[in-house]
Design a protein around this ligand. Sequence first.
Ligand SMILES: Nc1ncnc2c1ncn2[C@@H]1O[C@H](COP(=O)(O)OP(=O)(O)O)[C@@H](O)[C@H]1O
Ligand SMILES: [Mg+2]
Length: 451
Amino acid sequence: MAKSSSQLVYLCNACGADFPKWYGQCPACHEWGTLSEFTVSGRKSKSSGNRKTATAPAARLSDHRAPRRYPTRIGEVDRVLGGGLLSGALVLIGGNPGIGKSTLAIQILHACGVPALYISAEESPDQVAMRAKRLKITAESLWLSGEAEIDAIEDAIRKEKPELVVIDSIQTVYNPDLDSLPGSVGQIRDCAQRLLQLAKSISVTILIIGHVTKEGVIAGPRMLEHMVDTVLYLEGDERHNYRILRAVKNRFGATHEVGVFQMDATGLTEVTNPSELFLQERLASVPGSAIYPSLEGTRPILVEVQALVTVARFGTPQRNVNGLDYRRLAMLLAVLEKRMNLTMGNRDVFVNLVGGLRVDDPAIDLAVLAAVASSARDIALPERLIFIGEVGLAGEVRSVSQLDKRLREALSLGFESAIIPFRSQLKANLKGLKLIPVRSVRDVMNTLFPG
Ligand SMILES: Nc1ncnc2c1ncn2[C@@H]1O[C@H](COP(=O)(O)OP(=O)(O)O)[C@@H](O)[C@H]1O
Ligand SMILES: [Mg+2]
């Protein structure tokens, strides 16, 4: 290959934009230090945009047929997708290695029951078949392929004409005409672009699996998010068998809905009542435990916030947090220290959300504060009490959204009282639940630890 036919471009690892020169800060997404050099081969390939695509004539809006939506028939997946998969949609399933993405994908193919093609560029078809056997999947309409080259994949899809395709994973699919390795930003972008065109042109639904590594070492999925229609993340605490499927982007439905599953040897099983699951191992009357009614999408889920506060023995006190924002915890500890004279500077603080759920809603503040204060004072909180409210820097308790829904869930699970923001407007009939409105953190502490 003549050197002169190659072209140097600089690709952003974060957003995937390319530039003819290097910048310290990406001009497109403003991230620093994300541009890396990338050689685009000048060799003509049928893939690099030279393929003649027929231009579709403009059509009347009223003549346009809506794409077909078909349910996956896995209730938790349909909830997250907003009713099922759409023909012609490109869906990204992201998650840490080993979390269960391949398992979920093959279960979806099986449950949908439409002609489907599973392209495993990562594992051999034998391995995929073994997994399918373990999951008791014997679908007649399911085809396997071990192809990893994007041209061959495209040809296979055009030839087999499946309605649903899984690409496992985008990091292992490659275009040999590019000079970079599979998994590089350039390869991922090129292959994803090809899959996008294919999905739209022949109305096939394509599920792309993408690995996320800690700190986004692989640029793939983050950049892919901009290209696809729907982004699902499969999350969970690897030490537990709960898995949470979350839509972070959905062009055809609501986001922030979650699906909850349990993972075992027979695959992912739906959990229709997650609150019970998350609370089942809770020990009563142990200091440092508070219950928070979270709202994931439209769904209330009760979770346990655990805190452990101990005297720091070495140097800088530790702040260790799981499932919550670290800075938010730091702020809450500062509020406790300043407004309640509870010294935190010489204590190690560990906070954990049980079950691997992650909550970014500040409505959890009060539960975190209560758990921390309970552990610091070594006094258990009432077992059938829940906490909800956002805490401000002045120690004020601020109102939260959809309180009715959250309280109703707590009531249905046998909770007896709730500490809620003073300025809450409730419409629901919550007979049987004692409401304790509070204006400030001080009110909460006086209620919990009188005297
Ligand atoms: N033989 C087995 N029996 C039970 N569980 C298994 C078996 N093999 C794999 N698993 C489970 O499946 C998980 C891997 O799921 P997989 O769908 O391959 O994840 P991913 O595709 O996200 O890397 C493992 O973490 C393990 O918990
Ligand atoms: Mg896999």
